[in-house]
Design a protein around this ligand. Structure first.
Ligand code: ADP
Length: 266
């Protein structure tokens, strides 16, 4: 039915018969198109901070030469832009690493509660700067899965950092973990980890696209927060690699809930 189906060979056989061989190339073309889009997006995303850096360098050399106050202000902005480019490159590397790994299922026995404990400890400074409290479930029990510790750490860091960025000062982030005797979509016993914030929430129309690379609900807000637009794309690939699933629910004005379900471990 598609216009991308090609006849790739035709071989005549004796007795008035022939073999015709067709190949559907629509998937290959789609992935080639996605690759081209991705490269175009990266170039655009990196060019934005670069253009701003070049603009400031010009101003410092020209009109702002000798203006000490302006120097300080501009250098601070330039430092932030350079840090954002640095984060972008790190996120791109993480994304490509996870994509390469995706077919190989991780085999280490990992306690998710201990990963959550260390992620929360790592974020202590950011949490207190943002005046945000974490209310965590009992993380002393063991909740084991077969996983990759570094990637699981990255997954929860991304989700909790988002809850900090978009959660709002003075609010609470709720971290929950529980065992399910059976998760219907995964069709097996599972462990559910839930990160819930009390932020503005996300309009339902955006939910299906949130895990696309560089997709942001509010471009300015994400950039102001130093976001790269890659965090949830990385989360999705890590979840896939662990054969789990991600569920995002959000109520505008109430908050967002990111739940990850993993097949329960041995
Ligand atoms: P970013 O670097 O922009 O935060 P992500 O891939 O982590 O990129 O998230 C994509 C977009 O999803 C964000 O730009 C933001 O608009 C939205 N988002 C993610 N987490 C939350 C949250 N907890 N509350 C509200 N919006 C969120």
């Amino acid at each position: 039915s598609g216009e991308n189906v090609y006849l790739i060979s035709a071989s005549p056989l004796p007795d008035d018969t022939a073999v015709l061989c067709f190949e559907d190339q629509s998937r290959q073309e789609e992935s080639e198109m996605m690759r081209r889009d991705f490269v175009a997006n990266i170039s655009h995303e990196l060019r934005t901070p670069l253009t701003s850096l070049m603009g400031f360098i010009e101003t410092l050399r020209g009109p702002a030469r000798g203006d000490v106050d302006a120097h300080d202000r501009f250098l601070t902005i330039m430092e932030q832009e350079a840090q954002r480019m640095n984060r972008m490159v790190s996120d791109l590397l993480s994304l490509s690493r996870v994509e390469v790994d995706e077919r190989i299922r991780p085999r280490d026995r990992i306690d998710l509660a201990s990963v959550l404990r260390s992620v929360i400890a790592t974020l202590e400074g950011k949490l207190s700067d943002a005046d945000i409290t974490v209310a965590a479930a009992d993380l002393e029990q063991e909740f084991s899965i077969l996983g990759d510790r570094d990637q699981l750490t990255q997954l929860f860091l991304n989700l909790i950092e988002n809850a900090i960025k978009y959660g709002g000062a003075g609010k609470t982030i709720h971290v929950g973990i529980q065992r399910l005797s059976r998760d219907q979509p995964l069709r097996q016993p599972a462990i559910q980890v839930e990160i819930r914030d009390e932020g503005e929430g996300i309009d339902e129309m955006h939910l299906p696209r949130l895990t696309e690379r560089f997709y942001r609900v509010d471009d300015h807000r994400s950039r102001d927060q130093g976001g790269t637009g890659l965090g949830l794309a990385i989360v999705k690939h890590i979840v896939n690699r662990h054969r789990g699933r991600l569920e995002i629910k959000s109520d505008q004005g109430v908050g967002s809930r990111f739940s990850v379900f993993f097949p329960a471990g041995p």
